[in-house]
Design a protein around this ligand. Structure first.
Ligand code: ZN
Length: 54
């Protein structure tokens, strides 16, 4: 299974659901880096949000 990662501008590597902070939006939720709060592109964030360490 392919794993999606996203490197934030702050240098944090976002790989799992816990690396993202979900903020409810009017249309769709916004995902942000837990470290710095920079928004993560939705398509990437959706994939990461389904990834859990195991
Ligand atoms: Zn960040």
């Amino acid at each position: 299974m392919t794993r999606t990662t996203h490197t934030c501008i702050c240098g944090a590597v976002l790989e799992f659901r816990q690396d993202l902070r979900k903020e409810s939006g009017t249309v769709s939720p916004t995902w942000k880096c837990t470290d710095c709060g920079t928004p993560v592109p939705g398509i990437v964030a959706e994939k990461i949000s389904h990834q859990h360490p195991s």
